[in-house]
Write a protein that binds this ligand. Structure first.
Ligand code: HEC
Length: 139
């Protein structure tokens, strides 16, 4: 039973990650295995949960309300602007910016840093998988 659940979970994450390269697909798989370990009821990553994570304002690291949208905007095909440094950020959407979600190390580094900027902690495996699912599928 457990094996079947895990297999279907992996299948779901593969579908969502169909445009990702093999190393990114491997990363998404690792996240789904880890998320499943933390909560066996998890059915897979979810775009709607990812949207909430990406768009909800929190009192961030600097003590002001901030969300992922604050720097990346709500249109992921457009440039963003770093709220802290005023530097332009290239689009997050892989459809607009083919370099996105190609380098697992880069993705891990920025997710860790950006979750801390907004949520004052690292994202869980489920949160990371959900928010990536949102970013790569958002039209
Ligand atoms: C204070 C500004 C800021 C906030 C807030 C922010 N980011 Fe970022 N983000 C950046 C910068 C700067 C980079 C690195 C520069 C670049 O890649 O263009 C980056 C890069 C990324 C990347 C790397 C993607 C890749 O493959 O290159 C991801 C994923 C990401 N951010 C997701 C998020 C998520 C999810 C949130 C909310 C939890 C968030 N960001 C909030 C500034 C921000």
């Amino acid at each position: 039973m457990k094996k079947i659940l895990l297999a279907s979970l992996i299948a779901i994450s593969f579908i969502q990650a169909k445009e990702l390269n093999p190393s990114m697909q491997g990363f998404m798989n690792d996240l789904s295995v880890e998320a499943k370990k933390q909560n066996p009821n998890i059915q897979g990553f979810d775009y709607a949960r990812g949207e909430v994570i990406f768009t909800t304002k929190q009192i961030g690291k600097k003590g002001n309300p901030i969300s992922c949208v604050s720097c990346h905007t709500n249109d992921l095909s457009q440039n963003g602007l770093n709220e802290h440094t005023n530097k332009v950020i290239e689009p997050l959407s892989p459809a607009a910016n083919p370099n996105r979600f190609t380098d697992v190390k880069e993705v891990k580094k920025w997710l860790r840093r950006n979750f801390k900027d907004v949520y004052n902690r690292e994202g869980t495996a489920l949160e990371q998988g959900d928010v990536i699912t949102y970013i790569i599928n958002k039209k």
